[in-house]
Design a protein around this ligand. Structure first.
Ligand SMILES: Cc1ncc(COP(=O)(O)O)c(C=O)c1O
Length: 439
């Protein structure tokens, strides 16, 4: 049972606290009172250091679209390990992954690779600033775009500080953020086309970019309304301000990303997670003229971009196998499972007589203890009682062999079958019957 002070995980965490602040190096994988240390994983199952096996609906925060140890990616990476892992020279592997992605998405005219999604967003912001000569970035309230100051404002706002719903405050996310960062960020209310348009019109002259997730992951994988994205596209096209879609998570929603489903071509897209096949990766793709800021062929580029491990061939070959195998049929298959899971969870809440629902899109979902409509960060912001119920469900699921993120979000990989979905839903049904829920 979790938690167990005598477990190996608890012991390792105590040891970790002596070498790392808070005993970890990645806040997202921490859970109180200690994180469960992983020994190994295969397919959709993870085994912890105490020998307990669980079904994985986290997939390293959605990075592993084919689950753990996807054999074509592992074989390609293993072969690459024998040929060398990184060089002071480009490889054909990066070309192949770039070409595969370019062939898939209409707006990917040019592309550059990084080692993380955070870096990809950082690069997109730099490119937009260099291209426009302006500095301010518009982003949506509550949106997570990685750990880069200029896109972190209003990432963790709370009712105590978020301000007017029609003009959300640029609340700094980390202590010590220079005030100038907030002044350079314009915060938009997600899915409120009218209020966001008014803000954008007011700030248009100073904006270098508008960045948005077509499916907002933090509030619960909540899809943007077509009207909201159409407004952003029309505004940015008219004003010449680059529109950046952060598809680091949402790329898995469609064969050409979420943007393909909306039929909207942004000016730039940031990618990460699945395109690295389980290895570190990020990418920014987009219009050739904007991406030209990185081009050194006619003299010093406007944005010199370097990085020791950029486009390392291990990530590239594993990513290529992963992307190739994530064809239209595979996308449809996991999206259908995601949709079935959301419907079933709504039904389980109704049957249990507990207010609650699943939000999400495609193969992504999150469980909430509220039945109010979820459209943005504020509507999805849990009450203290809702937060307690989510924590209770998360823990109860762990003890029934199911792994979700601590906020009860999850995703379906291509290797999940009917048996795992049934196990998950049976566990949710049993947990709802036993946990304390908000009145
Ligand atoms: C939408 C979005 N953008 C950016 C990032 C940052 O990516 P990375 O963790 O690879 O730096 C994430 C990571 O979860 C993300 O979900």
């Amino acid at each position: 049972m979790y938690p167990d002070p005598s477990s190996r995980s608890a012991g390792l965490f105590a040891r970790a606290c002596e070498v790392m602040p808070g005993g970890n190096t990645r806040l997202a994988v921490y859970q109180a009172p200690y994180p469960i240390f992983v020994a190994r994983a295969a397919g959709c199952r993870v085994t912890d250091v105490d020998g307990v096996e669980r079904v994985d609906f986290i997939n390293n925060q959605s990075a592993l679209v084919h689950g753990h140890c996807f054999q074509p990616a592992m074989a390609a990476a293993a072969a690459q390990l024998q040929r060398g892992t990184c060089f002071s020279g480009p490889t054909e592997a990066e070309l192949e992954l770039a070409e595969a992605l370019q062939a898939r998405v209409p707006g990917f005219e040019r592309m550059r690779f990084t080692n993380s999604g955070t870096e990809a967003v950082m690069l997109a912001v730099k490119a937009a600033r260099a291209f426009t000569g302006r500095h301010r970035i518009a982003k949506c309230e509550g949106a997570y775009h990685g750990s880069y100051d200029f896109v972190e404002a209003a990432r963790g706002s709370s009712p105590a500080n978020w301000g007017d719903p029609k003009a959300p405050a640029a609340v700094p996310y980390t202590k010590g953020t220079p005030p100038a960062v907030g002044a350079l960020t314009v915060v938009l209310p997600y899915n409120d086309a009218e209020a966001a348009a008014a803000i954008l019109e007011r700030e248009a002259d100073s904006l270098a970019a508008v960045i948005v997730e077509p499916v907002a992951n933090r509030p619960g994988m909540i899809p943007a309304t077509p009207e909201f994205l159409a407004m952003l596209r029309a505004f940015t096209r008219r004003t010449g301000i680059p529109l950046v879609f952060d598809e680091i998570i949402s790329f898995r929603v469609g064969h050409a990303g979420a943007q393909g489903g909306y039929g909207i071509v942004p000016d730039m897209t940031t990618l990460g997670k699945l395109i690295g096949g389980g290895f570190p990766v990020g990418a920014v793709a987009g219009r050739a003229d904007i991406m030209g800021v990185f081009d050194q062929r006619k003299g010093a580029p406007a944005v010199p971009h370097t990085g020791t491990f950029n486009a390392n061939p291990v990530s590239m070959v594993a990513g290529l196998e992963t992307v190739r195998a994530f064809d239209a049929a595979a996308v449809d298959r996991i999206n259908a499972r995601g949709s079935a899971i959301r419907t079933a969870i709504d039904r389980l809440f109704a049957e249990a007589g507990i207010p609650g629902q699943a939000s999400g899109a495609g193969s992504l979902f999150r469980i909430h203890f509220t039945d109010r409509p979820l459209v943005d960060y504020r509507s999805a912001y849990p009450t203290p009682a809702g937060q307690t119920a989510v924590a209770g469900l998360h823990r109860a699921l762990i003890n029934r062999g199911v792994m979700l993120s601590a906020n009860c979000s999850g995703n379906v990989s291509t290797v999940v079958g009917d048996a795992e979905v049934d196990q998950f839903l049976d566990a949710v049904r049993a947990c709802l019957a036993e946990i304390a829920v908000p009145a």
